[in-house]
Design a binder for this molecule. Structure first.
Ligand code: PRP
Ligand code: URA
Length: 235
């Protein structure tokens, strides 16, 4: 039985789900975007938002019925029917792994090392050890940023090559360009993102976005705190 979909569908495709109207998720995303948010807090917020997104993205996974005996008596319940795995794209996707571990303990984690060439913005593969891994049926790509979409397209192709039946993309912020490319190249891939922003800038960064998601987690880029005394209220 399909559960009601909480994310609003993107007008161009029923495969794209946006959660920008979710109040708490939006609140946390605002804190994450803020340039003053430092790496440790950034990582914590990324985990919290990922937990919420993954909870929505897994709502319609295939289920099967099993017999369960509670302390009060027998019942029939639904459990996941397929093998689920996660494919974080390094580096930034690594920050979403703690949420995956928490929600589906023991699920395989298939690391994919990709970075964007700064000049061409094309994804470059540098780590891929999927060869000997046991199969999964459903793989959720984890990457906070869907910018040009190039990295996500390569990741989805690699997972399909590996025999994955169903690929789902879970991210935080997408550019319209990234959604367009991913839906064009992989129309069967469901996309779950917290927000779709305005556009890409001339360096391929999402505007307004949050900057470089890898750098902001790992304290490897400029993250100028300002002297502005206003700090948004936290939950
Ligand atoms: C970022 C991000 C995505 C990619 C998105 O990674 O984590 O993987 O860019 O861009 P695209 O949609 O245009 O491909 P980046 O290349 O900055 O590597 P990093 O995570 O190691 O910093
Ligand atoms: N990668 C990031 O980390 N941020 C962007 O805005 C685009 C790509």
């Amino acid at each position: 039985m399909a559960l009601p979909r909480l994310g609003s569908a993107h007008p161009a495709s029923s495969m794209v789900h946006l959660y920008s109207r979710h109040a708490l998720l939006g609140h946390k995303l605002a804190l994450l975007r803020d340039r003053r948010t430092q790496p440790a807090r950034f990582g914590q917020l990324l985990k919290e938002i990922s937990l919420m997104l993954l909870s929505h993205a897994t709502a319609d996974l295939p289920v099967r019925e099993v017999a369960v005996i509670t302390p009060v008596g027998p019942t029939t319940q639904r459990v996941l029917a397929k093998r689920v795995g996660f494919a974080p794209i390094l580096r930034a996707g690594a920050g979403m792994i703690p949420a995956a571990h928490e929600l589906v303990p023991g699920a395989p984690i298939w690391y994919l090392g990709l970075y964007r060439d700064e000049e061409t913005l094309q994804p470059v593969r540098y780590y891929d050890k999927l060869q000997g891994y046991p199969p999964v049926d459903i793989a959720l790509i984890l990457d906070p940023m869907l910018a040009t979409g190039g990295s996500a397209v390569v990741a989805a192709s690699r997972l399909k090559e590996k025999g994955v039946e169903k690929v789902v993309y879970v991210g935080l912020i997408a550019a319209p360009e990234g959604i367009a490319l991913l839906t064009r190249e992989h129309p069967d891939v469901e996309i779950h993102v917290a927000a779709m922003d305005e556009r890409l800038n001339e360096r391929g960064y999402i505007v307004p976005g949050l900057g470089d998601a890898g750098d902001r987690q790992n304290a490897t880029g400029a993250n100028d705190p300002t002297d502005d005394p206003f700090v948004p209220e936290e939950v």
